[in-house]
Design a protein. Structure first.
Length: 233
């Protein structure tokens, strides 16, 4: 029997004690009609319309993933056909997850939501029997707790997409973007590294991948997820 729960709390800004909660969660049990499949996720919106972006993703991403899997191979036959081919099974699911993220991002841009300076992180976990796939864009992190030596040990499943990571920075610079922190009036660096346009101090996004964020996308921010797979049970 699976037990799960969720809790979300709005952040706070100086001088603005009441802030819109821009988080959205994804919970699908019996995913694709199978009791041993679960799909969970968290979307952390940012920008003026971040709450609209995160809830859009919550609605569209699971169905896009489900539809993509059926277009590749019947879920009901997946375990049978890939029983002795774990690499092919994994590649199939990774392709379906990646396609779902990219399609959801296109749909978000084609929606009525203004995502020039708004968007959302998204981290998802697909549980399939004893196997797990984690797909994420941005810096919302998935962890798993493992009971070891009479204590719980946290294990990170996803890797935050930060602009100063070598490969992320390389892509941003190649796209004509800039990676730097905020600068105080004296030119000193303040806070984390962010994505900027080459000659303008916008958008200042503190992650190198996201859904939405049109201006950041023009500077190399992408919606393609990082994906990991493992047997954790």
């Amino acid at each position: 029997m699976a037990n799960f729960s969720f809790k979300s709390k709005a952040g706070a800004l100086p001088g603005k004690p009441i802030k819109t909660n821009q988080d959205a969660y994804i919970v699908h049990t019996n995913f694709a009609g199978h009791k041993d499949k679960f799909f969970f996720g968290v979307c952390d919106g940012h920008g003026l319309y971040g709450h609209l972006a995160s809830n859009f993703i919550k609605t569209h991403l699971p169905s896009n993933y489900f539809q993509r899997k059926f277009s590749l191979i019947s879920i009901e036959n997946l375990e049978l056909q890939y029983k002795d081919l774990p690499n092919e099974e994994s590649q199939h699911i990774k392709e379906a997850l990646t396609t779902a993220f990219l399609k959801t991002n296109r749909e978000l841009f084609n929606s009525t939501i203004d995502v020039n300076f708004s968007g959302s992180t998204t981290v998802t976990v697909l549980l399939f029997n004893t196997r797990l796939w984690c797909a994420n864009v941005g810096d919302s992190r998935a962890i798993i707790g493992k009971f070891k030596n009479n204590s719980w040990v946290p294990l990170a499943l996803s890797r935050d997409h930060k602009p100063d990571l070598p490969k992320e920075k390389e892509r941003i610079l190649a796209s004509g973007g800039r990676v730097d922190t905020f600068r105080d009036p004296y030119g000193n660096q303040v806070g984390p590294y962010r994505v900027w346009l080459k000659d303008e101090n916008v958008p200042g996004l503190a992650m190198s991948r996201s859904l939405g964020d049109g201006v950041a996308a023009s500077a190399g921010c992408i919606p393609e997820p990082g994906i990991c797979k493992g047997n954790y049970f």
